[in-house]
Design a protein around this ligand. Structure first.
Ligand SMILES: [Zn+2]
Length: 183
């Protein structure tokens, strides 16, 4: 069934995350610096919500609210629909269309965030091209992000552990422990 492409093979393995208590100002800066349209809200390894450019426009900009005074928890969408990495691409696309959402966080069996897929990734997804795009994007994206004060959540490519502070080193996403042993 499906198109035979698992979400785990095409997802972005580094997810930009924010915390429920962060200000919308911080979130908007993060989005601007990383050129992404949505971030996942995580606290104590649990996904608490999701917040997009659209939410910021409708809840803050259009209401002339102060982005420095409003917290993420006040306008984030919650609960969040998530998928497993084994999910077929076709099923994921159907889910996104039905729910009218543009991004889906990917979780492991423990419910930890291990990646994210966006509508844009999916429309680009063609067999053969996927691997190439994923490698290229993960690395170039990390190069930009690691210069910023941005939380990147996902699985360490060395030890496989879940980490909320991944950094890029030698084209790999590493947790802080593995990063220290590399140096
Ligand atoms: Zn590690």
């Amino acid at each position: 069934m499906g198109v035979g492409i698992e979400i785990g093979d095409m997802m972005n393995k580094a997810v930009i995350t924010v915390k429920p208590n962060d200000s919308i100002y911080k979130v908007a800066s993060t989005m601007a610096n990383t050129d992404i349209g949505g971030v996942v809200v995580v606290q104590n390894k649990e996904i608490k919500g999701i917040i997009t450019e659209g939410d910021i426009i409708s809840e803050i900009v259009s209401k002339k609210a102060d982005p420095e005074k409003i917290k993420v928890s006040e306008i984030m969408k919650s609960p969040v629909k998530t998928i497993k990495k084994e999910t077929d691409l076709e099923e994921a696309i159907k889910l996104m269309c039905n729910l009218n959402i543009e991004r889906l966080p990917v979780v492991n069996d423990e419910g930890h965030l291990i990646g994210i897929v966006t509508e844009r990734d999916m429309t680009k997804a063609e067999p053969g091209l996927i691997e190439l795009l994923r490698e290229k994007e993960a690395v170039t994206a990390m190069k930009t992000w690691s210069e910023e004060e941005v939380d990147v959540t996902g699985l360490c490519e060395e030890c496989g552990d879940y980490s909320e502070r991944l950094t890029e080193h030698n084209a790999k996403l590493l947790c802080s422990r593995c990063k220290e042993t590399e140096f």
